[in-house]
Design a protein around this ligand. Structure first.
Ligand SMILES: [Zn+2]
Length: 489
């Protein structure tokens, strides 16, 4: 969930050291056309943009059995043809940070051009069960991390929902509990979890030692750590202690995370990268955040000025809180929208070449934060078209290739995502760059983005002519290889 109090929107993911040998096939630029073959789907005459090969030209794309089979200057025959003249044909967007993982959320995400949504921060405790529950039932591709938050809640019998509200938030773990936590995380990684999720901001009582142990488990499996950093001490400029915790853990285990002080922390990440540490980060384009009102960060908030409570928005009813309603909802539980960051800081993060775009999305029964439905169209509409603060190819790279590269060492299936390339998965988003814009608001978070015309997941249309397609479930598990117990490290 987004960090509240200070810079709620801002998140960092991080990862393993070894740089990937980028043996990039150049077939994406090839002109091999074959008028005699019939493809399952042809996307005709679109402006094909591939951030890996830098291809940016009008092409025809032929899809067969869920894969991109050809990219051609010549015409192609297809059983189904999508007329994409005047539209951008891009890799489907990959969201590394999405908590809503059900049909409602998948539909909204498809409407924003997203083809793969991953719960990598909070993560899950039972990896097999989580993947099993979605098999054959998902509109878009899905995946999860082994989550320290979720596992700590299971081990310490926490009564909270998505986030802890009892012992998992407030109590130091015993040695036996720490061993059980590490064991369950290791089991999740063996079962193909994509990475390890952590949120010391939500598990405040977890010691530096416990967090370091989690990083050690991740390092053993070459898994990245996706961290919501701790808010330690006053949230003032120049206080990096939560950020330093993960940088230190990353330096020791070779992984890592994020925090406030946006510009300064981006410099620290750039410095760490220049010394060979594989630290990356993500951001979303909103000044408000959203999180659980039962989270530890709202402890000791019973005597704040009225303006503090009024700054909190309860999305289920649209009301701004008072002291009384704050205390009532604290008991009841639920999501609350909180002040996040200044527009200036959001701008710095969104346009930085270091950040991937991710949503931190979560809707429940139509209520939630507009970032769930609007993140990608907002970046492409406002930052790229209106403000010209980002060029289109760079923006697409931050939404497609960079997240795929973040995960592909541990989960090689991501080498075929985030690219328009022959042999890549046919996860494709076709949009009108002149029209794309978000429509979701804090008041009406369910409104679909405009200008997303066609979305394909594994070669199957899930958005057609700007409308969601009903009754199709082409989404597949995005998962790391499941290890044979006997061969585990
Ligand atoms: Zn989150």
């Amino acid at each position: 969930m987004s960090r509240s109090r200070v810079r709620g929107w801002w998140k960092w993911a991080a990862v393993v050291v070894v740089l990937l040998a980028a043996t990039v096939s150049m077939t994406a630029g090839s002109d091999a056309s074959n008028g005699t073959e019939t493809y399952d789907v042809v996307i005709a005459d679109g402006r094909v943009m591939d951030p890996e090969s830098s291809l940016d030209a009008v092409r025809n794309v032929g899809i067969r059995r869920g894969k991109i089979a050809v990219i051609s200057t010549g015409p192609l025959a297809g059983r189904q043809t999508i007329e994409a003249r005047g539209l951008v044909v891009a890799p489907g967007f990959i969201d590394l940070h999405q908590h809503g993982q059900d049909a409602e959320n998948y539909a909204v995400r498809a409407g924003d051009g997203v083809t793969t949504v991953l719960e990598l921060e909070v993560g899950v405790a039972d990896v097999d069960r989580w993947y099993g529950e979605r098999e054959g039932k998902a509109l878009i591709n899905y995946g999860a991390s082994a989550g320290h938050i979720a596992v700590r809640m299971a081990v310490m019998h926490d009564p909270g929902g998505l986030l802890p509200s009892g012992d998992a938030a407030h109590r130091v773990a015993t040695t036996a509990e720490r061993e059980e936590i590490s064991g369950l995380l290791e089991k999740g990684l063996k079962r193909g979890a994509l990475s390890v999720g952590l949120g010391p901001a939500y598990t405040e009582a977890a010691t530096n030692q416990e967090i370091l142990e989690v990083f050690h488990v991740a390092a053993k499996y070459h898994a990245s750590c996706h961290v919501h950093i701790r808010v330690s001490g006053p949230p003032i400029e120049g206080n990096f202690s939560g950020f330093e915790e993960v940088i230190a853990a990353a330096a020791i285990t070779v992984q890592s995370t994020g925090g406030p002080n946006v510009a300064q922390e981006l410099h620290m990440i750039a410095d760490a990268r220049s010394r060979g540490m594989d630290v990356t980060t993500e951001s979303y384009p909103y000044t408000m955040g959203m999180t659980s009102i039962q989270a530890a960060m709202f402890d000791h908030k019973e005597e704040e000025p009225a303006a503090y409570y009024a700054s909190l928005l309860w999305p289920a009813t649209g009301e701004h809180l008072t002291k009384e309603s704050f205390l009532q909802y604290r008991k009841q539980g639920g999501m609350v929208i909180v002040p996040g960051n200044t527009p200036e800081n959001v701008h710095v993060a969104v346009v930085s070449p270091l950040t991937m775009i991710a949503s931190d999305g979560f809707l429940a029964k139509g209520h939630g934060h507009p970032r769930t439905a609007g993140t990608y169209a907002l970046v492409l509409g406002r930052y790229v078209r209106e403000e010209k603060a980002l060029d289109l190819m760079t923006a697409l790279k931050k939404m497609t290739l960079m997240p795929a590269q973040r995960l592909e060492k541990r989960a090689p299936m991501f080498k075929d995502k985030g690219r328009i390339r022959v042999g890549a998965d046919a996860d494709i988003t076709v949009f009108d760059a002149n029209r794309i814009i978000d429509k979701a608001t804090y008041e009406k978070p369910l409104q679909y983005s405009e200008g997303i015309q066609f979305v394909l997941v594994n070669g199957v249309l899930v958005v057609k002519d700007g409308q969601l397609v009903d009754g199709v479930f082409p989404g597949r598990a995005a998962r790391a290889p499941v290890l044979n117990e006997k061969l585990t490290p």
